[in-house]
Ligand binder design. Structure first.
Ligand code: DC
Length: 234
């Protein structure tokens, strides 16, 4: 039985990673958070002083790429992958508003995207993977067997992001979160290199009024429909 690639793209804080994680767990697949990779590059640039006063020279980030080693390790406690930057667990550090405020700009650098794309394709070469991001179905895996494009009402998304940050002990203001989220939506959809777009064959999932369980059931049904119409997948 052959494995598939599930590509989940969409706006910031739509619950892509929550759905992707649950789906990967259910299917016994690997879950890769491609946004975490761009966040790691941003964190590296902050830690090394390449980003100063919210400004940076793209060339300096490009030259650093060979020194940035990103990996993922399964955390049995959270039942999800933690991101590691040069051997250090940075799962919490990459989720700060400081990183969030800069990551869209860093991710718009063409060479950064090319570098990340090569790593992402390597991770998916044996299939059996759920990857979420902005360009997974449209660019990284255009032949993915299942492509989901997620969206949700912006106030619902702000609340979700605040809940996530509070659960990690981070205290943030609603207007700050909302501003960051709308700015990232704008940057991600307007950048030149592989902007966030719905792949032609992606299925739109607006989860504003859906529970986590409902979303998972919906996608599992899509996968079971695929197995009926195509090959048999695991
Ligand atoms: O999914 P996230 O919010 O953690 O992603 C952080 C940023 O990384 C997002 O604002 C845009 C960028 N990103 C991207 O450009 N392409 C991807 N495949 C994933 C994320």
């Amino acid at each position: 039985m052959s494995k598939i690639i599930v590509a989940i793209d969409g706006y910031s804080s739509c619950g892509k990673s929550t759905l992707a994680k649950a789906l990967a767990l259910r299917m016994g697949y690997a879950y890769i958070d491609s946004g975490a990779m761009y966040r790691c590059v941003t964190l590296y640039a902050l830690k090394t002083g390449i980003i100063k006063d919210k400004k940076f020279e793209p060339e300096e980030i490009i030259h650093s790429l060979p020194k940035i080693h990103i990996s993922f390790q399964f955390n049995t406690h959270t039942k999800s992958n933690d991101a590691f930057l040069n051997g250090e667990n940075v799962e919490k550090q990459i989720r700060t508003l400081e990183v969030a405020a800069l990551v869209s700009k860093v991710s718009s650098i063409k060479e950064v995207r090319t570098h990340m794309a090569a790593i992402q394709r390597k991770l998916g070469k044996d299939k059996g993977i759920v990857m979420d991001g902005r360009d997974i179905g449209s660019h990284i895996f255009p032949s993915a067997e299942l492509k989901i494009f997620m969206t949700a009402d912006s106030d619902v998304r702000v609340q979700r992001r605040m809940d996530e940050m509070h659960s990690k002990g981070m205290h943030v203001e609603r207007n700050e979160v909302k501003e960051n989220l709308l700015q990232r939506d704008h940057d991600d959809t307007h950048r030149k290199e592989n902007p966030l777009v719905k792949a032609k064959d992606a299925i739109v999932l607006d989860n504003s009024d859906l529970s986590r369980e409902e979303q998972l059931e919906y996608v599992l049904k899509l996968i079971s429909d695929l197995t009926l119409t195509k090959d048999s997948f695991v």
